[in-house]
Write a protein that binds this ligand. Structure first.
Ligand SMILES: C[C@@]1(CC(=O)O)C2=NC(=C\c3[nH]c(c(CCC(=O)O)c3CC(=O)O)Cc3[nH]c(c(CC(=O)O)c3CCC(=O)O)/C=C3\N/C(=C\2)[C@@H](CCC(=O)O)[C@]3(C)CC(=O)O)/[C@H]1CCC(=O)O
Ligand SMILES: NC(=O)c1ccc[n+]([C@@H]2O[C@H](COP(=O)([O-])OP(=O)(O)OC[C@H]3O[C@@H](n4cnc5c(N)ncnc54)[C@H](O)[C@@H]3O)[C@@H](O)[C@H]2O)c1
Length: 212
Protein backbone atom coordinates (compact mmCIF):
# COMPACT_ATOMS: atom_id res chain seq x y z
CA UNK A 1 0.00 0.00 0.00
CA UNK A 2 1.34 3.42 -0.99
CA UNK A 3 0.62 6.04 1.71
CA UNK A 4 0.59 9.82 1.25
CA UNK A 5 2.91 11.45 3.80
CA UNK A 6 1.09 14.35 5.41
CA UNK A 7 1.81 16.55 8.46
CA UNK A 8 -1.60 17.29 9.97
CA UNK A 9 -2.49 20.39 11.99
CA UNK A 10 -4.79 18.96 14.69
CA UNK A 11 -4.86 22.02 16.94
CA UNK A 12 -8.32 22.25 18.57
CA UNK A 13 -9.57 19.26 16.56
CA UNK A 14 -11.74 16.67 18.31
CA UNK A 15 -9.92 13.34 18.54
CA UNK A 16 -11.25 10.12 20.05
CA UNK A 17 -9.04 7.33 21.38
CA UNK A 18 -10.75 4.07 22.31
CA UNK A 19 -8.64 2.16 24.82
CA UNK A 20 -6.29 3.43 27.50
CA UNK A 21 -3.44 0.91 27.52
CA UNK A 22 0.21 1.09 26.45
CA UNK A 23 -0.46 1.64 22.75
CA UNK A 24 -3.28 4.13 23.38
CA UNK A 25 -0.99 6.09 25.72
CA UNK A 26 1.58 6.48 22.93
CA UNK A 27 -1.04 7.71 20.47
CA UNK A 28 -2.66 10.07 23.04
CA UNK A 29 0.75 11.55 23.89
CA UNK A 30 1.34 12.38 20.25
CA UNK A 31 -2.08 13.98 19.89
CA UNK A 32 -1.59 16.09 23.03
CA UNK A 33 1.73 17.39 21.67
CA UNK A 34 -0.15 18.86 18.71
CA UNK A 35 -2.81 20.67 20.77
CA UNK A 36 -5.64 18.33 19.77
CA UNK A 37 -8.75 18.04 21.97
CA UNK A 38 -8.60 14.43 23.13
CA UNK A 39 -11.40 12.24 24.48
CA UNK A 40 -10.55 8.75 25.71
CA UNK A 41 -13.08 5.95 26.27
CA UNK A 42 -11.75 2.99 28.22
CA UNK A 43 -12.73 1.02 31.33
CA UNK A 44 -9.06 0.81 32.40
CA UNK A 45 -6.04 2.98 31.66
CA UNK A 46 -2.35 3.42 32.40
CA UNK A 47 -1.23 5.70 35.26
CA UNK A 48 -0.02 8.25 32.70
CA UNK A 49 -3.40 8.37 30.94
CA UNK A 50 -5.05 8.69 34.35
CA UNK A 51 -2.73 11.60 35.25
CA UNK A 52 -3.59 13.39 31.97
CA UNK A 53 -7.29 13.07 32.90
CA UNK A 54 -6.67 14.41 36.42
CA UNK A 55 -4.71 17.34 34.98
CA UNK A 56 -7.63 18.15 32.65
CA UNK A 57 -5.55 17.51 29.54
CA UNK A 58 -7.95 14.83 28.23
CA UNK A 59 -11.58 13.91 28.83
CA UNK A 60 -11.67 10.33 30.09
CA UNK A 61 -14.83 8.21 30.08
CA UNK A 62 -14.17 5.12 32.14
CA UNK A 63 -16.52 2.77 30.34
CA UNK A 64 -16.73 0.52 27.31
CA UNK A 65 -16.93 1.94 23.78
CA UNK A 66 -20.30 3.01 22.42
CA UNK A 67 -20.73 3.65 18.66
CA UNK A 68 -22.13 7.13 19.44
CA UNK A 69 -18.70 8.09 20.84
CA UNK A 70 -17.28 8.69 17.35
CA UNK A 71 -19.91 11.28 16.39
CA UNK A 72 -17.98 14.55 16.77
CA UNK A 73 -14.47 13.23 16.20
CA UNK A 74 -12.34 14.27 13.24
CA UNK A 75 -9.74 11.63 14.12
CA UNK A 76 -10.57 8.25 15.67
CA UNK A 77 -8.03 5.77 17.01
CA UNK A 78 -9.08 2.27 18.13
CA UNK A 79 -6.40 0.91 20.45
CA UNK A 80 -8.10 -1.72 22.58
CA UNK A 81 -6.81 -5.27 23.02
CA UNK A 82 -10.16 -6.62 21.76
CA UNK A 83 -10.20 -7.05 17.95
CA UNK A 84 -14.03 -7.13 18.00
CA UNK A 85 -14.19 -3.73 19.71
CA UNK A 86 -11.60 -2.28 17.34
CA UNK A 87 -13.67 -3.52 14.40
CA UNK A 88 -16.82 -2.01 15.94
CA UNK A 89 -15.02 1.35 16.14
CA UNK A 90 -14.17 1.10 12.47
CA UNK A 91 -17.78 0.25 11.58
CA UNK A 92 -19.11 3.20 13.61
CA UNK A 93 -16.96 5.70 11.67
CA UNK A 94 -18.08 7.50 8.53
CA UNK A 95 -15.93 7.98 5.44
CA UNK A 96 -15.32 11.63 6.43
CA UNK A 97 -13.39 10.60 9.53
CA UNK A 98 -9.67 9.80 9.77
CA UNK A 99 -9.45 6.36 11.34
CA UNK A 100 -6.59 4.34 12.81
CA UNK A 101 -7.28 0.77 13.96
CA UNK A 102 -4.08 -0.35 15.69
CA UNK A 103 -4.41 -4.05 14.92
CA UNK A 104 -5.84 -3.65 11.39
CA UNK A 105 -3.52 -1.71 9.06
CA UNK A 106 -5.82 -2.70 6.18
CA UNK A 107 -8.67 -0.67 7.76
CA UNK A 108 -6.60 2.43 8.63
CA UNK A 109 -7.20 5.63 6.69
CA UNK A 110 -4.02 6.89 8.36
CA UNK A 111 -1.16 5.24 10.24
CA UNK A 112 1.15 6.77 12.83
CA UNK A 113 4.83 7.02 11.91
CA UNK A 114 7.82 6.81 14.21
CA UNK A 115 9.12 10.34 14.78
CA UNK A 116 12.42 11.96 15.66
CA UNK A 117 11.35 15.14 17.46
CA UNK A 118 13.70 18.12 17.65
CA UNK A 119 11.51 21.11 18.37
CA UNK A 120 9.64 21.95 15.19
CA UNK A 121 11.88 19.63 13.19
CA UNK A 122 10.18 16.27 12.87
CA UNK A 123 11.57 13.34 10.93
CA UNK A 124 8.76 10.84 10.39
CA UNK A 125 9.40 7.24 9.42
CA UNK A 126 6.86 4.86 7.94
CA UNK A 127 7.44 1.34 6.69
CA UNK A 128 3.99 1.22 5.12
CA UNK A 129 3.02 -1.14 7.92
CA UNK A 130 5.65 -3.72 6.93
CA UNK A 131 7.59 -3.54 10.17
CA UNK A 132 6.96 -0.91 12.89
CA UNK A 133 9.98 -2.34 14.74
CA UNK A 134 12.15 -1.21 11.82
CA UNK A 135 10.62 2.28 12.02
CA UNK A 136 11.54 2.40 15.72
CA UNK A 137 15.07 1.12 15.07
CA UNK A 138 15.63 3.75 12.36
CA UNK A 139 14.26 6.45 14.68
CA UNK A 140 16.87 5.54 17.27
CA UNK A 141 19.64 5.63 14.67
CA UNK A 142 18.46 9.00 13.37
CA UNK A 143 18.28 10.37 16.93
CA UNK A 144 22.04 9.72 17.16
CA UNK A 145 22.64 11.59 13.90
CA UNK A 146 20.27 14.50 14.59
CA UNK A 147 20.94 15.56 18.19
CA UNK A 148 19.02 17.98 20.45
CA UNK A 149 20.87 20.94 18.86
CA UNK A 150 18.59 20.57 15.83
CA UNK A 151 15.70 22.11 17.79
CA UNK A 152 17.52 25.44 18.30
CA UNK A 153 19.16 25.18 14.86
CA UNK A 154 15.77 24.80 13.14
CA UNK A 155 14.34 27.76 15.09
CA UNK A 156 17.40 29.86 14.14
CA UNK A 157 17.05 28.96 10.45
CA UNK A 158 13.32 29.76 10.64
CA UNK A 159 14.00 33.23 12.05
CA UNK A 160 16.70 33.85 9.44
CA UNK A 161 14.43 32.74 6.61
CA UNK A 162 11.66 35.08 7.82
CA UNK A 163 14.19 37.91 7.64
CA UNK A 164 15.36 36.93 4.17
CA UNK A 165 11.78 36.80 2.88
CA UNK A 166 10.98 40.19 4.44
CA UNK A 167 13.94 41.83 2.69
CA UNK A 168 12.25 41.68 -0.71
CA UNK A 169 15.40 40.47 -2.51
CA UNK A 170 15.35 39.22 -6.05
CA UNK A 171 15.22 35.45 -6.44
CA UNK A 172 18.95 34.97 -7.15
CA UNK A 173 19.97 36.90 -4.05
CA UNK A 174 17.37 35.22 -1.89
CA UNK A 175 18.60 31.79 -2.94
CA UNK A 176 22.21 32.81 -2.33
CA UNK A 177 21.51 34.01 1.24
CA UNK A 178 19.37 30.98 2.11
CA UNK A 179 22.04 28.62 0.71
CA UNK A 180 24.81 30.35 2.70
CA UNK A 181 22.78 30.17 5.93
CA UNK A 182 22.57 26.39 5.45
CA UNK A 183 26.36 26.14 5.62
CA UNK A 184 27.45 23.67 8.31
CA UNK A 185 29.24 26.34 10.34
CA UNK A 186 25.88 27.59 11.61
CA UNK A 187 25.01 24.10 12.85
CA UNK A 188 28.44 23.68 14.46
CA UNK A 189 28.19 27.04 16.25
CA UNK A 190 24.67 26.20 17.47
CA UNK A 191 25.80 22.80 18.76
CA UNK A 192 28.74 24.43 20.56
CA UNK A 193 26.42 26.95 22.23
CA UNK A 194 28.21 29.79 20.45
CA UNK A 195 25.01 31.52 19.42
CA UNK A 196 26.45 35.02 19.65
CA UNK A 197 29.16 34.20 17.14
CA UNK A 198 26.65 32.38 14.98
CA UNK A 199 24.38 35.41 14.90
CA UNK A 200 27.35 37.65 14.03
CA UNK A 201 28.23 35.29 11.15
CA UNK A 202 24.63 35.51 9.97
CA UNK A 203 24.77 39.33 10.05
CA UNK A 204 27.88 39.11 7.89
CA UNK A 205 25.95 37.00 5.36
CA UNK A 206 23.16 39.59 5.27
CA UNK A 207 25.71 42.39 4.80
CA UNK A 208 27.56 40.71 1.95
CA UNK A 209 24.79 38.85 0.09
CA UNK A 210 21.54 40.41 1.26
CA UNK A 211 21.69 44.01 0.03
CA UNK A 212 18.45 44.93 -1.71
C1 LIG B 1 5.87 3.53 14.57
C2 LIG B 1 4.86 3.32 15.70
C3 LIG B 1 4.20 4.67 15.98
C4 LIG B 1 3.34 4.71 17.20
O1 LIG B 1 2.58 3.77 17.49
O2 LIG B 1 3.44 5.73 17.89
C5 LIG B 1 3.91 2.24 15.24
N1 LIG B 1 4.11 1.11 15.92
C6 LIG B 1 5.12 1.26 16.84
C7 LIG B 1 5.69 0.25 17.60
C8 LIG B 1 5.34 -1.14 17.56
N2 LIG B 1 4.23 -1.67 17.01
C9 LIG B 1 4.25 -3.04 17.20
C10 LIG B 1 5.41 -3.39 17.94
C11 LIG B 1 5.80 -4.79 18.41
C12 LIG B 1 6.78 -5.44 17.45
C13 LIG B 1 6.17 -5.81 16.12
O3 LIG B 1 5.11 -6.47 16.09
O4 LIG B 1 6.78 -5.44 15.08
C14 LIG B 1 6.11 -2.19 18.12
C15 LIG B 1 7.46 -2.00 18.81
C16 LIG B 1 7.31 -1.57 20.25
O5 LIG B 1 6.18 -1.42 20.76
O6 LIG B 1 8.36 -1.45 20.85
C17 LIG B 1 3.23 -4.02 16.80
C18 LIG B 1 2.21 -3.69 15.79
N3 LIG B 1 2.01 -2.50 15.16
C19 LIG B 1 0.99 -2.63 14.27
C20 LIG B 1 0.47 -3.94 14.40
C21 LIG B 1 -0.73 -4.48 13.65
C22 LIG B 1 -0.30 -5.18 12.38
O7 LIG B 1 0.79 -4.95 11.86
O8 LIG B 1 -1.12 -6.01 11.92
C23 LIG B 1 1.27 -4.61 15.33
C24 LIG B 1 1.18 -6.05 15.78
C25 LIG B 1 0.30 -6.11 17.07
C26 LIG B 1 0.09 -7.50 17.56
O9 LIG B 1 0.95 -8.01 18.24
O10 LIG B 1 -0.99 -8.04 17.23
C27 LIG B 1 0.50 -1.62 13.40
C28 LIG B 1 0.98 -0.34 13.23
N4 LIG B 1 1.97 0.21 13.99
C29 LIG B 1 2.28 1.44 13.49
C30 LIG B 1 3.07 2.39 14.13
C31 LIG B 1 1.64 1.64 12.16
C32 LIG B 1 2.62 1.27 11.05
C33 LIG B 1 3.90 2.11 11.07
C34 LIG B 1 4.82 1.71 9.98
O11 LIG B 1 4.45 1.90 8.83
O12 LIG B 1 5.92 1.24 10.25
C35 LIG B 1 0.47 0.63 12.23
C36 LIG B 1 0.12 -0.03 10.89
C37 LIG B 1 -0.82 1.29 12.68
C38 LIG B 1 -0.61 2.37 13.72
O13 LIG B 1 -0.45 2.02 14.89
O14 LIG B 1 -0.65 3.55 13.33
C39 LIG B 1 5.51 2.68 16.98
C40 LIG B 1 7.03 2.90 17.19
C41 LIG B 1 7.23 4.23 17.86
C42 LIG B 1 8.64 4.41 18.26
O15 LIG B 1 9.02 3.97 19.35
O16 LIG B 1 9.37 5.09 17.52
N1 LIG C 1 -0.22 -0.27 16.34
C1 LIG C 1 0.64 -0.40 17.29
O1 LIG C 1 1.47 0.46 17.47
C2 LIG C 1 0.56 -1.62 18.18
C3 LIG C 1 1.67 -1.99 18.93
C4 LIG C 1 1.55 -3.10 19.79
C5 LIG C 1 0.33 -3.75 19.88
N2 LIG C 1 -0.74 -3.35 19.10
C6 LIG C 1 -2.11 -3.88 19.23
O2 LIG C 1 -2.73 -3.00 20.17
C7 LIG C 1 -3.52 -3.74 21.12
C8 LIG C 1 -3.50 -3.00 22.45
O3 LIG C 1 -2.23 -3.11 23.03
P1 LIG C 1 -1.92 -2.51 24.48
O4 LIG C 1 -0.54 -2.96 24.82
O5 LIG C 1 -2.23 -1.07 24.52
O6 LIG C 1 -2.99 -3.32 25.38
P2 LIG C 1 -3.42 -3.04 26.89
O7 LIG C 1 -3.88 -4.36 27.44
O8 LIG C 1 -2.34 -2.27 27.60
O9 LIG C 1 -4.68 -2.07 26.77
C9 LIG C 1 -5.91 -2.46 26.27
C10 LIG C 1 -6.89 -1.35 26.59
O10 LIG C 1 -8.13 -1.63 25.91
C11 LIG C 1 -9.16 -1.17 26.75
N3 LIG C 1 -10.43 -1.80 26.37
C12 LIG C 1 -10.73 -3.12 26.35
N4 LIG C 1 -12.04 -3.28 25.97
C13 LIG C 1 -12.54 -2.04 25.73
C14 LIG C 1 -13.81 -1.54 25.31
N5 LIG C 1 -14.82 -2.38 25.05
N6 LIG C 1 -13.97 -0.23 25.16
C15 LIG C 1 -12.94 0.64 25.42
N7 LIG C 1 -11.72 0.22 25.82
C16 LIG C 1 -11.52 -1.10 25.97
C17 LIG C 1 -8.72 -1.57 28.14
O11 LIG C 1 -9.42 -0.82 29.12
C18 LIG C 1 -7.23 -1.23 28.07
O12 LIG C 1 -7.04 0.11 28.47
C19 LIG C 1 -2.83 -5.12 21.15
O13 LIG C 1 -3.80 -6.10 21.45
C20 LIG C 1 -2.28 -5.27 19.74
O14 LIG C 1 -3.26 -5.89 18.92
C21 LIG C 1 -0.64 -2.31 18.26
Amino acid sequence: MRLYPMMANLRDKQCLVVGGGRVAERKIGGLLNTGAVVTVVSPACTPTVQSWAEAGRITLHRRRFDPDDVRDAVVVIAATDDPGVNLAVHRACGSHQWVNIVDRPDLCTFTVPSVVERGDLQIAISTGGHNPGLAKKLRRQLEEQFGPEYAEYTAFLGAMRDRVLALGLDETQRRAVLAELLDDRFLRLTAAGETKRRDQEAEQVFRTLGKP
